[in-house]
Design a protein around this ligand. Structure first.
Ligand code: AQP
Length: 331
């Protein structure tokens, strides 16, 4: 089976709808057709100032949500990144292959450091994409299911894999991004020209899966649309309505043209009410499952430990080969 790898940051108490539709849902769908490795990327979560207690809690909440979404430990390896030390080890090697200028071109760093100024950002935030390169290459992943915002980091991953392979001999599979266009960029509900984001969205703009279902229904009903009345998919001129249609199509397993037909002659209120109901139907049971899983931390931690063991088998093999190829003595 082709191999797939992806990760999600434990930087919030709940995943948001963008994380779910852009990434997590695809991870679940890929479990059977791929040899799948999925992780909670706690090393990435410390690139910005954080609270250790919150990180511990959020790492478990993230893993629990992944299980509640449908990942099954028998069908994939689910682990915490810090349990596999090879990530940090390979990241060092790859950072020595990365040009400073090349790393400086990463737009996510530019965006994330803009708020407080580059000088205030950590070096870890700057080198984060190189850790991500290591994450992917360690597993020889052929595909990486992510949202659109990660495309540039995957390009870097491909460049560095090729550079290593050319310079030192083939050690890495060159991965392809696996980006499902329809759900690759879910927009902020209050500002539908920006992506829904943990760090940048206002509370009304972000739909957190574990929030009170009533709050989420209300957020859908208050989503920004436009002053027309027509329910039509037009991202350019009607980004708010287009975003709602995308979300509706993805959660309801409908096509956008079908929805446009169904809502012909109806108002935005009708669309929002139906979508709010669909969101509640989808995420109320998800929230309950997550809470059940979190109630047994012993079991959850055991699942992560087992996942890390599976992951290390692959990761340690890759790292050993890399160390050998670059000329480190074997022990
Ligand atoms: N709005 C989005 N639409 C589709 N996919 C998205 N992803 C994030 N936002 C959207 C995808 O979710 C996965 C996990 O993301 P992450 O934990 O690495 O967080 P992130 O990419 O940094 O995005 P967040 O969650 O909004 O946090 P901020 O913006 O605060 O950094 C990834 O596959 C990502 O593409």
């Amino acid at each position: 089976l082709p191999r797939v790898l992806s990760g999600i940051q434990p930087t919030a108490d709940s995943f948001h709808l963008g994380n779910y539709l852009g990434a997590v849902r695809n991870w679940v769908a890929m479990q059977d057709d791929y040899d799948a490795y999925y992780m909670v990327v706690d090393l990435h979560a410390i690139t910005v100032e954080h609270d250790p207690q919150a990180l511990r809690r959020r790492t478990r909440v993230s893993a629990a949500q992944l299980l509640a979404a449908g990942l099954e430990p028998q069908r994939c390896a689910l682990f915490a990144q810090s349990h596999v030390p090879e990530h940090a080890q390979l990241a060092w090697v790859m950072s020595c292959l990365t040009g400073f200028g090349e790393a400086s071109r990463m737009t996510q760093f530019k965006d994330k450091s803009a708020k407080h100024g580059v000088g205030a950002a950590s070096v870890g935030l700057f080198t984060y994409p190189i850790l991500m390169v290591a994450d992917v290459l360690l597993y020889q992943a052929g595909f990486v299911p992510v949202g659109e915002d990660q495309r540039q980091h995957l390009e870097l991953t491909r460049d560095l894999a090729q550079r290593f392979n050319t310079r030192y001999g083939k050690a890495f599979t060159v991965p392809e991004p696996y980006i499902i266009k329809d759900t690759a960029k879910i927009m902020d509900l209050q500002d539908p020209t920006s992506k829904m984001s943990k760090s940048a969205s206002s509370p009304g703009g972000i739909l957190e899966l574990l929030d009170d279902p009533k709050v989420n229904a209300k957020k859908i009903k208050s989503a920004v649309t436009d002053t027309e009345r027509e329910i039509r998919f037009d991202e350019e001129n009607k980004p708010g309505v287009a975003n709602l249609l995308r979300i509706y199509a993805a959660l309801g397993e409908r096509t956008i043209p079908e929805l446009e037909r169904d809502y012909e002659g109806k108002g935005y209120g009708d669309l929002k009410k139906d979508l709010a109901d669909l969101v509640t139907e989808t995420f109320q049971p998800f929230k309950e499952r997550t809470e059940e899983i979190l109630a047994d931390t012993g079991k959850l931690d055991a699942i992560l430990a087992e996942g890390a063991e599976k992951a290390r088998e692959v990761a340690s093999r890759t790292l050993a080969e890399v160390y050998d190829k670059i000329g480190f003595l074997s022990k």
